[in-house]
Design a protein around this ligand. Structure first.
Ligand SMILES: Cc1cc2nc3c(=O)[nH]c(=O)nc-3n(C[C@H](O)[C@H](O)[C@H](O)COP(=O)(O)O)c2cc1C
Length: 204
């Protein structure tokens, strides 16, 4: 079985968080879909509320504190990403945007990403398409065609839950197929020595 890594970025602020709940359901569906294709996905969840102060410090100083550095490395090294934001004022939340503002501009290039959001009203579901998807297009990520929006009414009742489950499974299947057909992600260290110290000292 192939082994790949899935990083789940969730930007909910409440506790408990419906954004986290959606992130968990998406990652479970992605793990199942990948397993049917012979891929074991190792999942790491990044709760952005725990990194909110670090993100601000990084923006103010240009240096990421250790926990944020570790999270940014995890994103850069992931084979796939699930990114889930609450919708605030008809767009992604400020914390979600700020986190991706401090992700290296090349870190998401050619990386499969599943986009998802929660909101109070289904009328704002297209925020995923007019706000979130363009940001990931700018970052050159490969966003899967199905994005998943869960409004408050999607969590109540069997019929609503069934429809949400269908969208989750379709999006997770698309992400799993992208992961399965790719090589494992590689990260190059920009500070790695490309020659020996002897050569450097000799000016070679
Ligand atoms: C400041 C603010 C602005 C919001 N704006 C919207 C909005 O424009 N559209 C929408 O559908 N929901 C909006 N909401 C509702 C949140 O998207 C919704 O409560 C979200 O699912 C909360 O996620 P959480 O439970 O993970 O914290 C807003 C909530 C807040 C606090």
């Amino acid at each position: 079985m192939k082994q790949r890594t899935l990083v789940v970025v969730t930007a909910g602020l409440s506790q408990p968080s419906s954004t986290r709940l959606l992130a968990d359901r998406l990652s479970a569906a992605a793990v199942d879909a990948a397993a049917t294709l012979g891929v074991r996905l190792d999942v790491r969840i990044l709760e952005l509320r725990e990194l909110a102060h670090d993100v601000t410090n990084h923006m103010l100083t240009g240096f990421p504190p250790a926990a944020l550095r570790d999270a940014l490395d995890a994103v850069a090294g992931a084979d796939a990403l699930i990114a889930v934001t609450p919708i605030f004022n008809a767009s992604y939340s400020g914390l979600f945007k700020s986190f991706f503002d401090v992700v290296d501009k090349d870190a998401l290039a050619d990386k499969p990403v599943l986009l998802a959001a929660t909101g109070g009203t289904a009328r704002h579901s297209l925020a995923l398409e007019h706000a979130v998807r363009p940001m990931f297009a700018y970052l050159r990520a490969v966003s899967v065609p199905t994005s998943v929006f869960a409004a408050s009414e999607d969590w109540g009742g069997d019929e609503a839950d069934g429809q949400l489950r269908g969208r989750i499974e379709r999006a997770a299947g698309e992400l799993a197929r992208e992961v399965e057909r790719r090589e494992a992600a590689t990260v190059t260290d920009p500070f790695a020595l490309t020659t020996s110290f002897e050569n450097l000292l000799a000016g070679r």
